[in-house]
Design a protein around this ligand. Structure first.
Ligand code: FAD
Length: 345
């Protein structure tokens, strides 16, 4: 089995270029505080940044807007941040924010895709004269260029496209739907640097008076997806990013079984659910899913089912049109390589 995909990923982690380097460089996440604590999406965004940073050997820094409460900073560290920079300013002035981002040599700047933050990020990108993508549902690293690849739903949310942000562009600014992202795996023992920063406010706030902290828009519905790549408990060892890479390569949407939800690999809202999210894709790929009755009932109207499982007796093979017996850690990279080779032709 060809493991070149994983080898390239490992090689990336050792490059100096990829290393974030303390407080400068690396991946930055902009989060917001509410009257009750952090916005619900804050931890998810930090966890997504952590996943990306781990692939690159980079650092995750968080800019927390609207609070200098160390308890909130600690929650962000627990979710995966290496450092937290807090300000009571809710909406920083664009010029001050542009200077801040430039001085810190930010490589990737992540916002939640909320109506206000999307507008803010777009205006900031204009100020910095850098590219910006909104409406994104996933992130990965292009193993050939080390650049960021951003997943976005297109064609009425039926398929996803992967957009390269451009080699050497810093910062690459992205607004991401947090809802499909897995919940963070909180580690209360994680530590990191916490500081307060001085960022003047943008006044008057140009778009939404009095409305600065909000929850994100809804991402594309699982039920509408033409291609669904679903993982089960059997993806735990191989790692969820592998599944996301396969979905990206195919322009598909990521989902999970109850087993994956129980393992904390994906949120319940993305579960292939007998009682809720029955799905009708053209192609459903089940990776490390045993195929219990309740799961299979939720996918019975999929046009084609491909199953990957190392147990040849797994019940999923009874409902699969194509069955691949083997380890997901070997078969998925081989599939990704084959898809990329096909696209390159
Ligand atoms: C009332 C009720 C309703 C339910 N509704 C739903 C529902 O709507 N949706 C749902 O998904 N579940 C539902 N369930 C749960 C369902 O019965 C199963 O428990 C669940 O789907 C199992 O998830 P899983 O296949 O991910 O995990 P498991 O059953 O633990 O299977 C993991 C599979 O991964 C394989 N595997 C492990 N490692 C590897 C590897 N490295 N490479 C390849 N294969 C590997 C194993 O061989 C195994 O087949 C419901 C249960 C009940 C009781």
């Amino acid at each position: 089995m060809d493991n070149s995909y994983l080898e390239s990923l490992e090689a990336l982690m050792t490059t100096d270029e990829a290393a974030g380097g303390g407080e400068n460089g690396g991946i930055w996440v902009v989060t917001q505080a509410t009257a009750d604590g952090l916005t619900t999406w804050s931890g998810k965004l930090v966890a997504a940044a952590r996943m990306l940073a781990d692939q690159l050997g980079a650092y995750v820094q968080v800019l927390l807007l609207g609070s200098e409460d160390e308890t909130l900073a600690n929650a962000l560290l627990a979710a995966g941040a290496d450092g937290v920079h807090m300000t009571t300013t809710i909406i920083p002035a664009f010029t001050a924010m542009a200077d801040f981002v430039t001085a810190r040599e930010v490589e990737v700047l992540l916002f939640a895709d909320t109506p206000v933050l999307r507008q803010y990020a777009a205006a900031l990108a204009g100020e910095l004269d850098k590219p910006f993508l909104s409406g994104c549902t996933g992130l990965e690293i292009d193993v050939e260029t080390s650049g960021l690849l951003v997943q976005r739903p297109v064609m009425d949310n039926r398929i996803n496209e992967m957009v390269a942000m451009g080699e050497g562009v810093k910062p690459q600014i992205v607004a991401l739907f947090p809802e499909p992202l897995p919940e963070p795996f909180d580690d209360p023992y994680r530590t990191g640097d916490v500081e307060t920063v001085d960022l003047p406010a943008e006044t008057p706030w140009p778009w939404v008076a009095g409305e600065s902290v909000e929850e994100p828009l809804q991402p594309p519905r699982l039920q509408d997806a033409r291609i669904v790549v679903a993982g089960g408990r059997g993806m735990a060892a191989a790692g969820w990013p592998l599944l996301e890479s396969l979905a990206s390569a195919l322009g598909g949407v990521v989902a999970g079984s109850r087993g994956a939800v129980d393992e904390g690999l994906i949120g319940e809202e993305r579960m292939v659910d007998l009682m809720g999210q029955r799905i009708v894709p053209d192609l459903y790929i089940a990776c490390g899913i045993s195929g219990q009755m309740q799961h299979n009932a939720a996918i019975e109207n999929a046009r084609m089912v491909v199953a990957i499982n190392h147990n040849p007796k797994a019940p999923i093979f009874k409902v699969a049109d194509v069955g691949l017996v083997g380890d997901v850690a070997e078969i998925i990279p081989a599939l990704i390589n084959a898809i990329r080779d096909q696209k390159a032709l």
